[in-house]
Structure formats: structure tokens, C-alpha cells
Design a protein around this ligand. Structure first.
Ligand code: GZL
Length: 369
């Protein structure tokens, strides 16, 4: 019914224009309407309605966002950041798809955005490969793609990437652990790692960065398995570790906060103490507010931030593109390292001195997410 109404509306508009002696092309959207109507195709009439709709909605910029999923507190913060920034009040129409950690769903979401002829596409890639074909389709459709957070490693057909240096996050964790162990007089480190989702650049970077320091220092990594960035995954892997490596480990590295929460549950059940004064040094990544509180409470010895607030920078990039400017290809977000004790208040990562923030209640309260 809507399409029929749009078709009739278009016909009336064309007849009015003809009576006024103007040309359809002179009237902008009406010209589009005339073009679509002359095709006499109901689908075009629908497009006409959309075109009219776009014209009626003024200059809202349509943004399609294919988000990883909803697996963690970090992801929730990332999604909220996008919804806050790409609001109608800010001149955007956000088309959001939660891809539920499924790569096929994510590719389908991007193709749907192309069909819907959005103005821009944002992708947080679940995995770092398998992207060139669909990015070529976006390029052919003339739709700029901005990648956030995780990286795409098999194609550069996107305008910009905004995110974290995951390798540095892993290296910082290793350099802090080295300094902390020295300060505490711990000579032997036997380490268990709970990795993030397989194939995610965050997992790859944190794993490689930490392993670089572990290999340099001669530490023993007893095992390294994926907890898929979820609390259930972290608990499951830690339960297995507590059985397989009972009494053998004194460090657990969790590659995100939700895995750390799961690991705590498993260690509590197994009677393994962790954190400040515990038998096991427990470390996390992401630094969502509740988990920085856990650093203050001594449950976590350290937490390495991964900043989820990429959306404001993405909006700046879109505005640059709207103005015909060329944005930077890579934009890194700022991040901090949080520690429970003042034994180590700075570390050197790749020759650069970096602060380790000793957590206070004020630090917790000031966390933005
Ligand atoms: C990292 C991000 C990771 C977080 C996890 O930038 O992709 O995915 O560290 C999230 O919490 O699940």
C-alpha cells in the first residue's frame, strides 16, 4: 500500500512539474522521483518513497554498524558509545547489527548495509581475515568503511581504523609482571593464559606481546587456551587448569575482564588464592570500571585497559569525509595500566616509559565505562 501511495505521489509531483514548465531534474529529489516513476517499477517507487524520505529527514547521515556481538562488558561499552554518538540529535541514523560473534552473520550484515545504500559502514571485525571480497563490494558501491577495535589483516579497502595496539597491551603486561615479580622477590614464574576469541586480533596481539616478554625472560607458560572473551569460557578453562596444573602455577593472565571473573569463580571453588597476598598473581585486560574496582579490592593485581570508546573518533572521521578531507589511516585510542600496589609505578615498553596507575577509589569512580 505504501509503495502504491508513493507511486501516486510521484505521478502527481511529475504532473505538477510538467504543468509548471520545470524539468524533473531541476527539482532535486522530485527529479529523482520522476526518474524512478518513469521506470514504472514498484521497487523504484519504493526507492522514490525512500528518496523522498531521505529528503524529508533532511541531512541525517546513515551509518551501518556491524558489531562483534554482546560477549563482554567491554562490548557493551563499545556499543553504548556508538549509540550515544550516532544519534539523530547528532545528525545520524544508526543501523546497528549485533553479529553475535558469528562471522557469517557479520558479512551478511555488511552486505545488507550495501543494499540499503547507507552513507558509511563501521565494522568491528570478529576475526581479522576473510574481508577482501565484501570490502570490494563496499568500495564498488562507493560506501566508505571505517574499521574499529579489532583489525582486518587481509585487506586495506577501508578508509580508517580506530583502536588499540594489542601487541603493546601484551608487552606492557609482560614488562609489569617482570618488574612486579622482581619487587616481590618471586624468582620463578609458571604462567597460565586464558586467551580471547580465536582469530581475533585482540587475542593475537595480547598473546604475541606477552609471549615476547615471557620468552625473553625465560618464563614457563604452562598452557594457553581460549576462553572466547566470556565469563563462562574463562571459568571453564580455569576449572580445567586447576585440575591439570594443581599446585604448579603462580600467574594467571586473562585476556579480558569477563574471563577474569570466570577464573575467579573457578579458583574460589578450587580453593586457590589469587590477587594481592594470594598464591596466584591474577591479571586482566579491558579495565571496565567493576574490574578496576577489583584491582582496588586486591582481587586483581593489574588490569591493562583496552579503550572501547572509538565512536567519537569515528564521528570525527565521518565529518572529515563529509568535508572532502582525507582522514588518517590508523588512529590509536589512549589507554592506561592499573595496578593494585605501588611496588611498580612505571614500566618501559619498547623504550617508552609508561605509568602504572595505583588504583584509588577516585580512579575507580572516574572510569568512563
Ligand atoms: C578488544 C576487544 C575485545 C575485548 C573483549 O579490543 O575486541 O573483545 O578485550 C571483547 O572484552 O570481547
Amino acid at each position: 500500500m505504501k509503495k502504491l501511495l508513493a507511486l501516486l505521489l510521484s505521478l502527481v509531483m511529475v504532473l505538477c512539474l510538467a504543468a509548471c514548465g520545470g524539468t524533473a531534474a531541476d527539482s532535486g529529489d522530485a527529479g529523482d522521483a520522476a526518474d524512478d516513476t518513469s521506470a514504472g517499477d514498484a521497487a523504484d517507487a519504493g526507492d522514490t518513497a525512500d528518496d523522498a524520505g531521505d529528503a524529508a529527514s533532511g541531512d541525517l547521515i546513515t551509518v551501518g554498524f556491524a558489531q562483534v556481538g554482546h560477549e563482554s562488558d567491554w562490548r557493551t561499552a563499545s556499543t553504548k558509545s556508538a549509540q550515544d554518538v550516532f544519534s539523530e540529535a547528532n545528525g545520524y541514523e544508526l543501523k546497528f547489527v549485533d553479529c553475535d560473534n558469528d562471522s557469517a552473520t557479520q558479512l551478511e550484515a555488511v552486505r545488507t548495509f550495501v543494499q540499503e545504500e547507507v552513507d558509511y559502514i563501521i565494522i568491528d571485525p570478529i576475526v581479522s581475515t576473510g574481508w577482501d571480497t565484501v570490502l570490494t563490494e563496499c568500495e564498488d558501491a562507493g560506501i566508505p568503511v571505517i574499521v574499529i577495535d579489532r583489525t582486518i589483516d587481509d585487506s586495506d579497502k577501508y578508509v580508517s581504523w580506530v583502536g588499540s595496539d594489542f601487541l603493546v597491551e601484551g608487552q606492557a603486561c609482560g614488562e609489569w609482571l617482570k618488574a612486579y615479580a622482581a619487587a616481590k622477590g618471586i624468582e620463578e614464574l609458571n604462567i597460565l593464559v586464558i586467551e580471547g576469541s580465536v582469530g581475533a586480533s585482540a587475542t593475537i596481539g595480547r598473546t604475541d606481546g606477552f609471549k615476547e616478554i615471557a620468552d625473553r625472560e625465560g618464563w614457563t607458560i604452562l598452557d594457553s587456551q581460549s576462553g572466547d572473551f566470556t565469563e563462562a569460557g574463562g571459568q571453564e578453562v580455569m576449572e580445567s587448569y586447576c585440575q591439570s596444573y594443581e599446585g604448579q602455577f603462580n600467574v594467571v593472565i586473562c585476556q579480558n575482564d569477563n574471563e577474569a571473573a570466570g577464573a575467579m569463580t573457578a579458583m574460589d571453588t578450587a580453593g586457590v588464592t589469587y590477587g594481592v597476598g594470594g598464591d596466584v598473581i591474577l591479571v586482566s585486560f579491558d579495565a571496565n570500571r567493576p574490574y578496576v574496582q577489583m584491582v582496588l579490592d586486591g582481587k586483581l593485581n593489574a588490569n591493562f585497559e583496552c579503550n572501547p570508546m572509538a565512536a567519537p573518533t569515528v564521528s570525527e572521521i565521518i565529518q572529515q569525509l563529509e568535508a572532502g578531507e582525507t582522514p588518517e589511516k590508523e588512529v590509536y585510542v589512549t589507554e592506561s595500566w592499573f595496578v593494585a600496589e605501588d611496588d611498580v609505578t612505571s614500566i618501559t615498553v619498547n623504550g617508552e616509559e609508561q605509568e602504572c596507575i595505583v588504583v584509588t577509589q577516585e580512579v575507580v569512580d572516574n572510569r568512563p565505562y
